[in-house]
Design a protein around this ligand. Sequence first.
Ligand SMILES: Cc1cc2nc3c(=O)[nH]c(=O)nc-3n(C[C@H](O)[C@H](O)[C@H](O)COP(=O)(O)OP(=O)(O)OC[C@H]3O[C@@H](n4cnc5c(N)ncnc54)[C@H](O)[C@@H]3O)c2cc1C
Length: 506
Amino acid sequence: MPDYDVIVAGGGHNGLVCAAYLAQAGRRVAVLERRAQAGGIVEVLHTAGRLQAAVIDDLDLRAHGLELIRPDARMIALREDGPPLTFWSDAERTAEGLRAVSAADADAYPRFDAHIRELAGFVAEVQASIPPRLDRAAIGDAAAGLRLARAYRRLGARAARELTRVLPMAAADLVGEWFGHDAIRAALAARGTLFTAMGPWSAGTALVLVADSAGNDGGAAGQTALPRGGPEALAGALVRAARAAGADVRTGAEVARVITRDGRVEGVELASGEQISAPAVACAVDPKTALTRWLDPVVAGPRLRWRAGNIRTPGATARIDLALSGLPAFARVADGTALSGRSVVAPGIDAVEQAFDAWKYGGMSDRPYLEATIPTLAEPDGDGHRMTVLAQWVPYAADPDEVGTKVLAALERVAPGIGGLVTSTTVRTPAAIEREYGLSGGHLYHAEPGLDQFFAWRPVIGLARHRLGLRGLYLCGAGAHPGGGITGGPGRNAAREILRDLRRAG
Ligand SMILES: Cc1cc2nc3c(=O)[nH]c(=O)nc-3n(C[C@H](O)[C@H](O)[C@H](O)COP(=O)(O)OP(=O)(O)OC[C@H]3O[C@@H](n4cnc5c(N)ncnc54)[C@H](O)[C@@H]3O)c2cc1C
């Protein structure tokens, strides 16, 4: 008898979610995590607002210690040449504030918020479903297709037409249809580029923007939620949920290869040489790693290896951690509570696009697009503060000191004097993120969320149903449908498909 029914290779949040669902269904499951602690990238999260409500409920994460702090201020756009723009969870309150810069945009905001929610509602249905087989439709596909068709019809004729028009658009064009003020446009559109290698004028960034609000209460401003106790509290709750359901979670267990025989999976071999057997292996790492490094090239074959090698993973986001001796004075921020969400530096659509352009040609702009949080505002930690900053777009192998200097200079423009408060700076470039977390290219979403790597095309066409082309081999991480971010979606969907196959196999 094999050691386990399923091995989950990689203990990021999706791996843990997948394992917990499988174990809840009575399967014998092991999670094998290379690092000393499970949770993966969650440990450097910025906000956990996209974690699916269904995952929180199904895995009883609150009982396992998860508490999410949801500040009223979702996002504040800091500006050097005008008052900041605050986006609250209440759209009417946001509109009131926007009136100071544009009455027309203030009137448009609640309608835009409702529009994004309507589109995101349908995208959430897409995210929860398994993409159809495009080569040979099965009865299950017809049922799933019907469910999606019903959800599409529920949108009504106007919104349904709007959906197909909007999703391939550039986020800059989408917000340009609603708003005139450049700073408002930039703050909203930039979210369509977060963690991607696309600028606001890139096609498909409207889809990223809408998908960011799918399955959560994000609306136009997006979600913001901080786990009480920090990221490790979220990772801890997931580990406890998986263990409580019966899964073994092993750390310090680096998977070196997937063992196969006669076209099917038999288990994995660790870097230590230990072999662990199971008829199913769910890869919670990025798909390029799973298919080109873990699978024997002879078994994968040249075509699959070529396709997997071409999965686009251009990491372009850096994380900068600042320890501060006090709270910076943000220019013209009168209400301190406005800083408890995400603070964004996106001066205008073209300014953000130019930051992307610099990266496209191999450099880094002096005016990067920044998104920051100050978790010590919600949970004070002594006299000082911690600020985490995500900076785009940063070349893969950028010099960390140069990145830190540019980011601080950009922050100085909206928070004069911040440099004098910095007591330490840690910079993680895409290359460092790749080294630390094993992500191909250092891409935070395991694969670029472009139109060519979405839904039935994620990670590549033919492998979007969590099955990786070999009996017993699955993908359950962010590189699978429905994609990256701390959502738990790929882990949850993959568990459903694995259980279906296990039931079929008896
Ligand atoms: C700095 C940063 C900030 C982010 N902020 C946010 C945010 O605020 N909100 C948001 O929604 N998303 C955010 N993201 C993106 C998000 O965190 C990821 O998309 C998501 O966590 C991916 O989860 P995962 O479980 O699919 O994969 P991962 O977290 O990448 O997990 C994969 C796991 O596999 C392990 N592994 C790798 N190789 C091996 C091996 N050989 N053997 C065994 N195990 C292995 C890794 O150690 C890791 O634990 C951020 C990402 C980064 C890097």
